[in-house]
Design a binder for this molecule. Structure first.
Ligand SMILES: *Cc1c(COP(=O)(O)O)cnc(C)c1O
Length: 395
């Protein structure tokens, strides 16, 4: 235990890296436990009650997830996570639609699972347009309009960025795609359960989701695959023909049950929780801006996830800052590149210098963070940045 200025106790270490993963909600764990114990059946076993119980639980979760995004249950395909969903969406469309074209449009600030899937396809003959983003992190819709060709089969643009929290205008993007008969995929991982997400409003054909970013378990994701209009998709994993043949393999029943519960909770709590998170985020930002010179917020504040703050602390190395903040779990960028440390491709895409990108910290505020924790973190960051700057001024 430690205390902040108001003597409100905070338990250390503080977890403030909720874009990398989130803790399991206790209610989610409770929903999962029976399926790790006596309800262990295989959802594909249709000859006995163990299988029927598992299948019924999976179908309930499918409805819960579908409801959270305005889809119908048959449009949810379970996967091992959003990396797999991104791969299935992009490579699956490229293969299924090769008779129609070979051109894909995406943006440079996408998650690696999208970027690297597109790079792989580029090697096998696809053409990829890599849209830049403006300094606020948003794509330019006019640039998107001019990028379409009569060979374009897919646009893949994320709903919310995992480093800056910036929300792309997916409804406008969806409209442009629909008008041209081009499929629209969105990596909607960070948006799910945090901001309203409706596959019909956004004219989405495909959307990647994962449980562990919204207080569900790791290793369980889904791909939304529209049935009207229907999407042609070639599976990446062949086998028993599960999930309508789109993703073979025994279903992760406890994970899926947890994913469904997590969606239900997030949907119920979103109105209140998003206000609370935005309040905490703005409090943190205001304290850091008031307490320090030479700090900048990266990405636009207006179109942004409520729990995200990304700031550069100029003249300070982000990695040094993180090492010094040993009682706060934070990151300098995405956790998705297996711990490699180099300047974030997302921040570079916003036009940040190497120095500004290298001094950035991502704060990911989540459901279980408190005001006392935010105040503690603000105080620690201010103190440490001042110390580090003093030391570097002396040397
Ligand atoms: C975390 C994340 C992923 C990867 O999801 P996994 O389920 O961990 O594979 C993909 N896209 C975004 C935007 C993410 O934040």
């Amino acid at each position: 235990m430690s205390s902040n200025g108001n003597n409100a106790p905070v338990k250390l270490p503080i977890y403030l890296d909720n874009h990398a993963t989130t803790p399991l909600d206790p209610l989610v764990l409770e929903a999962m436990l029976p399926f790790l114990r006596d309800k262990f059946g295989n959802a594909a076993s249709n000859s006995h009650s163990f299988g029927w119980a598992a299948a019924a639980a999976v179908e309930m979760a499918r409805r819960q997830i579908a409801t959270a995004i305005g889809a119908s249950a048959q449009e949810i395909v379970f996967t091992s996570g959003a990396t797999e969903s991104d791969n299935l969406a992009i490579k699956g469309v490229a293969e299924a639609c090769s008779d129609k074209g070979n051109h894909i449009i995406t943006a440079v600030s996408e998650h690696k699972a999208v970027l690297d899937s597109c790079k792989r396809l580029e090697k096998s003959g696809c053409l990829v347009t890599w849209l830049p983003v403006k300094s606020d992190g948003l794509i330019d819709l006019d640039q998107l309009k001019t990028a379409f060709t009569d060979r374009t089969i897919l646009v893949s643009i994320m709903a919310a960025n995992n480093e800056t929290g910036v929300l792309q205008p997916i409804e406008e993007i969806g409209r442009l795609c629909r008008e041209r008969g081009v499929l629209f995929h969105s990596d909607a991982v960070q948006a799910l359960g945090k901001v309203p997400l409706d596959v019909t409003r956004a004219s989405l054909d495909l959307a990647s989701l994962t449980a562990h970013k919204l207080y569900g378990p790791k290793g369980c994701g889904a791909l939304y695959v529209s049935q009207s209009p229907s999407v042609r998709l070639v599976p990446m994993i062949d086998g028993g023909g599960h999930e309508n043949g789109l993703r073979s393999g025994t279903l992760n029943v406890p994970g899926i049950v947890g994913f469904g519960k997590a969606c239900e909770i997030a949907q119920n709590e979103m109105p209140e929780e998003s206000c609370r998170l935005a309040g905490l985020r703005n409090r943190l930002r205001d304290r850091l801006l008031a307490g320090l010179d030479h700090v900048v917020v990266n990405g636009c504040m207006e179109h942004r996830l409520p729990g995200n703050l990304n700031m550069s602390f100029l003249q300070v190395e982000g990695e040094t800052l993180l090492t010094g903040l040993n009682d706060v779990a934070l990151s300098s960028g995405s956790a998705c590149s297996s711990g490699k440390t180099h300047a974030s491709h997302v921040l570079k895409a916003l036009g940040l210098s190497d120095e500004a990108a290298g001094s950035a910290i991502r704060f990911g505020i989540g459901r279980f963070n408190t005001e006392a924790e935010i105040d503690y973190v603000a105080g620690r960051v201010i103190e440490l940045v001042k110390n580090l700057r003093e030391v570097s001024a002396l040397s």
